[in-house]
Ligand binder design. Structure first.
Ligand SMILES: *[C@@H]1O[C@H](CO)[C@@H](O)[C@H](O)[C@H]1NC(C)=O
Length: 147
């Protein structure tokens, strides 16, 4: 009896804490995507220094803008002296309207997953070292106004 009640005294707060951790990780899935991109980017000017994965969401990071639901709507990294790849997971930032990485040294191909970004209005990719075709999936983007 004694043992059981003591065990639940320890276990119940532990389970609550675990649920909190799991929930906050889920809430920051957009931050996780952006941070997983950050670690692949060479950033000699420390433009991404504020991209701190321990914050609850990426909305206070420089060059990131969110809507009132704390979902990312803009990523503005133009002319920042960066190099590295574009990652397919950027296509999972479901509310993204602007992705601007023009005038850098990004390499690799343009991920076809960007075609999932149905709210995209502006996509700035020019003046990089990107290779390969513009994915046909980008043709599905009805709100896209300029490329
Ligand atoms: C791209 O890299 C080259 C070589 O490191 C550098 O000279 C050039 O300034 C870079 N371009 C941009 C836009 O950062």
């Amino acid at each position: 009896m004694e043992y059981n009640s003591m065990r639940s005294t320890i276990l119940v707060p532990f389970i609550f804490a675990l649920v909190l951790v799991i929930t906050s990780v889920e809430c920051n899935s957009e931050g996780d995507i952006l941070y997983s991109w950050r670690v692949l980017i060479t950033d000699p000017n420390n433009v991404l220094q504020s991209w701190d994965p321990t914050l609850i969401n990426p909305c206070t990071w420089f060059h990131v803008t969110c809507n009132s639901d704390n979902s990312v709507t803009r990523v503005d990294l133009g002319n920042a002296g960066m190099s590295g790849p574009l990652i397919p997971q950027l296509g999972s930032l479901t509310n993204l309207q602007h992705l601007h990485v023009q005038i850098n040294n990004f390499t690799g191909t343009i991920p076809m997953e960007l075609g999932k970004l149905t709210h995209l209005i502006g996509l700035g990719l020019s003046q990089n070292q990107l290779s390969g075709p513009i994915p046909s999936s980008l043709g599905n983007l009805r709100s896209l106004r300029y490329l």
